[in-house]
Unconditional design. Structure first.
Length: 255
């Protein structure tokens, strides 16, 4: 059968590099349905509610503020070590169409726990709609992706294997979801150390969450506690911030 050869675009090359960098990471996953009734009610009543990606990014970073293990990465150089970052850095998988091609590009958000929820949401929305060349993280990624293969492998190795550089290039955790496209239990892979995925809101006011992590960094028991704490933070701090942002005006109907 004779097919048609196609050139690998710059955007697909990025995913190829990402998958190559992720192959050696010993991932383990834990999933659980979280009861999110309080935050769901707060979001429903908000004038301009933040997206779920922004809420999970800030909630996870708030949990990581008290859980240093969530800010810890595995680094190989100059020798294998666990390196604790001083702050959380999120990478959010942004699905968009660029030059007619569907693609996914990660957007970096530093210290989201110290940002207003509206600011985190604005960063994500801008990454979805602004031209690629207008988003600094996208420009940085595409510049590296244009390099010849040997130089790309070297730049990825430096970014991955020195603890200090992990926060600059790959962050301390990632968030990815297909909830906007109908949901499903997504188990994405990255170079690590943590990646959070969530589904759609169910009729019983729960949402299914999956955390995948580098088993070299931590074990299942701490992650089980993190899921419990994540549920609490969503229903308290995040819900409170949604309510503080303003509620929808009540429409008065004349009689």
């Amino acid at each position: 059968m004779r097919g048609t050869p196609k050139t690998i675009s710059l955007r697909r090359r990025l995913i190829c590099d990402l998958m190559h960098a992720s192959m050696g990471v010993p991932f383990v996953s834990l999933s659980r349905s979280l009861n999110i009734r309080p935050v769901l009610e707060a979001r429903t009543g908000a004038t301009a509610p933040a997206g779920w990606a922004a809420m999970f990014v800030k909630a996870f970073a708030l949990v990581a503020r008290d859980e240093p293990i969530l800010r810890t990465v595995y680094a190989k150089w100059p020798w294998p070590t666990l390196y604790e970052l001083p702050k959380s850095v999120a990478l959010v998988a942004i699905a968009r169409v660029d030059d007619g091609e569907e693609c996914v590009i990660p957007q970096r958000i530093a210290a989201p726990d110290a940002m207003a929820l509206t600011a985190v949401d604005a960063e994500i929305r801008r990454a979805k709609t602004a031209p690629v060349e207008d988003v600094p993280m996208f420009r940085k990624i595409m510049r590296a992706t244009r390099l010849p293969l040997p130089l790309r492998r070297l730049s990825w190795a430096i970014g991955l294997n020195f603890g200090r550089q992990r926060g600059n290039w790959f962050g301390s955790f990632a968030v990815s979801s297909v909830a906007a496209y109908g949901g499903g239990e997504l188990h994405p892979i990255t170079p690590g150390p943590f990646i959070v995925s969530y589904g759609t809101v169910e009729a019983d006011q729960t949402i299914h969450v999956v955390i995948r992590w580098d088993h070299r960094v931590t074990d299942a028991a701490p992650i089980a506690r993190v899921l419990t704490r994540l549920e609490q933070v969503l229903n308290t701090e995040i819900a409170a911030e949604l309510r503080a942002a303003g509620s929808k005006p009540i429409r008065v109907v004349g009689t």
